[in-house]
Design a protein around this ligand. Structure first.
Ligand code: ADP
Ligand code: ZN
Ligand code: ZN
Length: 746
């Protein structure tokens, strides 16, 4: 957007976005004593808004206002000499604000690093570059004690790096500050202070790919690289273990060689530290990361280095899609089917969909990678919008695991495990291999009940059962985190006959410990990985390769590459088979195929055992054949005949209130407004509901939904926007409302 240089007699008005939940910008006059020619969209300003002092962002510079000019206040202060948001990021934010019906100010403030939201200047920390001290002539061996092997290794690493190494790189290579200090104290090495920009810019060096690519991988890289410089979205459908990460890295090499930068979106960095580690090994340069595990300064540093063009690669979770890049060359979305790319609160957006929008705007290729792509993306291949590249076999000679369904209908279970499954686990451990036991429920048991009267422990604040946890012993609601003591007596009939129902990860862990007392049992769920680096430590432990059993939730299904796991056991596959949610079968198939894909990735053949009471369910039968493309084809046909997404579009209007009647009431008024104003004369948009949400009370709040659905996206957008503006213009007391465009949970 070009800035307008005002002529002598024209007036300059700044449209400023503020972090306020209103669908508009606010007009201000330029700050006093500032040359208006220096003002540009994307600069931050400090303004007075009513009685509040706020930070805002200039969105537009114009020569008129709908308000009387006399009433406009000048901006108090210009905070940036240069725009901190480029025209392309501003344009994407505006687009997202419209599409997702979310106020522009809130969109912009959702994507800025926290330090910049607070109006502070961009100030990023420098770093040290270490190199050997050329003045030290005596051989290093003489100065380093023989048992200080790491110090010697570090010295050698620096010797082999003619330009020295950045402190971050040294740490990535596994050395510590103490080792650096020891060498420094012996005058063997020297350091030089670098500002962060110079540091990141000088250090890029692509290491030769450590693995010769397979034929399929080579073709994939070549095809993807031929799109550099143009927009093209490609679905990289590669079976689990087919070497997609290797393809990404080789593509990024070429993107960087072309002088451009790459954004790589991953589902959750703290859960898959291996992916980041592989990138760090491949690219001998500091990689900008953006995820929830960073502090504010680290976030700002990655963001700023990307913006300046110094960081060549940004790896991050969903909000990283908004990272400003000086010269974006490609966007990769790994595990594109993953729900975590959808922001489910506040500014609700799909990072995967925005990746495609951004690629289109910035003319760069977008790669969506998955072994189990979303039906949306597969459909976009079918309708010609996306290209598809397949990697049909596993890399490095690994073969596919055999998948078998184990009928548990009339079998006794111990901690959820049947006898034949326990025997199979034993065989794999006896062969010195590792085992994954997958159970998507944390805690000890998902419910407790009174055997005499049937009482169940419910959450006080939600329509949900309390989960029993044993370490420490308590009841906890997994929806609002309310916790309570375990009752020794039934509160209804005073019976002491209280027992647990079902099994969670803690129970499976306890059972396995009793059966395999000699084998380390590693539980992996939200409770066991709460501490920083817990997942990283755990991955390191598993990578040592000693026989062990990993018991855990979804966290185990995502992206891990454990070479010695030869058995994956799914404790209960039935949960998602009979859900009311039309996406349930797609999600179940993706999850089971992904978790199965953790087996047999190394040189030994893998096995997968799925326990089920519905072994004849067609989806399970197909999962057992491991054929996701075929499952997807059938699910797509079903969606098409039912006119469900991706063959129609949805937005979900949600209301929350202290009483359900108010929540329903707001949605009913909305529906009536749409009818009264004849917003949809052609009747292309269906309004379903209002109905109470599937868990109608959560954390003490009652929730209801109105679903808007249409095969006509434009009509749906128009009505959704109208509804949001109407709701925004009216007051609803204690009833809150929010809109979810393209919802993934209904
Ligand atoms: P995906 O991301 O498709 O699941 P990965 O990239 O994790 O697959 O690769 C699976 C395993 O195969 C990894 O251990 C990786 O190092 C190995 N691998 C990938 N490409 C090759 C190759 N060309 N030659 C040998 N091994 C490979
Ligand atoms: Zn009772
Ligand atoms: Zn609760």
């Amino acid at each position: 957007m070009p800035s307008i240089s005002p002529t002598a007699n024209s007036i300059t008005i700044l449209a400023v976005a503020l972090p306020i939940p209103l669908y508009r910008t606010f007009d201000y006059l330029p700050p006093l004593e500032i040359n208006v020619a220096t003002l540009e969209p994307g600069q931050r300003v400090a303004v007075q808004f009513g009685r509040r002092a706020l930070t805002g962002i200039i969105i537009e510079i114009k020569d008129h206002s709908d308000f009387p000019i006399k009433k406009l206040k000048p901006v108090k202060q210009l905070l940036d000499q240069q725009p901190i948001l480029s025209p392309s990021i501003l344009s994407m934010a505006k687009w997202a604000s419209q599409y997702y019906c979310h106020p522009i100010g809130e969109v912009l403030f959702a994507i800025l690093p926290p330090i910049l939201k607070q109006g502070q200047p961009i100030n990023i920390a420098g770093t040290q570059r270490w190199s050997i001290n050329k003045d030290h002539i005596e051989p290093a061996e003489n100065a380093i004690k023989p048992n200080a092997k790491k110090q010697l290794q570090l010295y050698r690493a620096l010797e082999n790096a003619p330009n020295g190494l950045l402190e971050e790189t040294i740490k990535l290579l596994g050395f510590t500050s103490t080792q650096l200090k020891s060498l420094f104290n012996k005058a063997l090495i020297v350091s030089e202070e670098l500002d962060a920009l110079t540091a990141a810019a000088t250090e890029y060096q692509a290491s030769a790919p450590p693995l010769p690519l397979s034929e399929d991988q080579t073709v994939a890289v070549k095809q993807l690289a031929s799109d550099i410089g143009n927009f093209q979205c490609t679905l990289l459908q590669g079976v689990t273990g087919s070497g997609k990460t290797e393809v990404y890295m080789n593509l990024v090499d070429q993107v960087i060689s072309a002088g451009r930068q790459a954004i790589i979106l991953v589902p959750e960095i703290s859960l898959t530290p291996q992916t980041l580690a592989r990138f760090q090994r491949h690219f001998k340069c500091p990689i900008g990361t953006l995820h929830s595990g960073l502090n504010q300064n680290e976030r700002l540093t990655s963001w700023e280095l990307a913006r300046q063009g110094a960081a060549k690669i940004i790896i991050g979770t969903r909000s990283a899609i908004f990272t400003p890049m000086k010269n974006l060359g490609c966007i990769i979305v790994d595990e594109e089917h993953d729900n975590s790319f959808k922001q489910q609160e506040g500014f609700r957006y799909s990072a995967r969909d925005l990746a495609v929008t951004r690629g289109h705007k910035e003319k760069c290729p977008v790669v969506l990678g998955s072994a189990t792509p979303s039906l949306e993306s597969i459909n976009n291949v079918l309708n010609g919008k996306y290209k598809k590249i397949a990697l049909p076999s596993r890399a490095g000679g690994a073969s596919f695991p055999d998948i078998e369904l184990l009928d548990i209908k009339s079998r006794p279970l111990e901690g959820g495990l049947s006898r034949p499954l326990i025997d199979t686990i034993k065989q794999h451990l006896d062969n010195q291999h590792q085992v994954i036991v997958y159970l998507n429920r944390r805690g000890f048991a998902p419910a407790i009940t009174c055997e005499d009267c049937g009482w169940l422990a419910d959450c006080r604040h939600c329509d949900a059962r309390m989960t029993l946890h044993k370490h420490p012993a308590h009841l906890r609601c997994h929806h609002c985190d309310y916790s309570a003591a375990i009752p020794s007596q039934c509160p209804d009939c005073q019976s002491t006959n209280i027992k647990t129902l079902g099994a969670g990860t803690e129970k499976a862990e306890e059972t396995l410990e009793a059966i395999f007392p000699e084998t380390p049992i590693i539980r992996v769920d939200r409770d066991s990985t709460r501490k920083k680096n817990a997942m990283k430590d755990l991955v390191e432990e598993v990578n040592k390769g000693n026989p062990c059993i990993l018991v855990g939730t979804q966290m185990l299904a995502k992206g891990h590459d454990f070479a010695n796991v030869t058995l994956v056991a799914v404790v209960d596959a039935d949960g998602g088979l009979f859900s009311a949610d039309f996406r349930a079968l797609e999600k179940t198939a993706q999850l089971l195929i992904q978790v199965a894909g953790r087996s047999g990735r190394g040189s030994s053949k893998g096995q997968v055992v799925i326990q089920t009471s519905h072994g004849d369910h067609p989806i399970l039968q197909q999962i057992a054949r491991g054929n996701y493309p075929q499952i997807a084809d059938e699910l797509i046909d079903e969606r098409q005949s039912a006119a469900l997404p991706p063959f129609s579009y949805m937005s979900l209007l949600k209301a929350e209130a202290p009483h359900i009647n108010n929540a329903i009431g707001l949605l009913e008024k909305t529906k009536k407004m749409v009818a009264d104003m004849a917003l949809d004369p052609q009747q292309t948009v269906e309004l379903l509901g209002p109905i109470p949400a599937s868990m109608s009370r959560k954390a003490g709040v009652h929730r209801a939904h109105l679903l808007l659905s249409s095969e006509n996206r434009v009509a749906l957008q128009r009505i959704t926007q109208h509804i949001c503006h109407w709701l925004n213009d009216n007051r609803w007391g204690k009833t809150r409302w929010m809109i979810d465009v393209d919802p993934i949970e209904i």
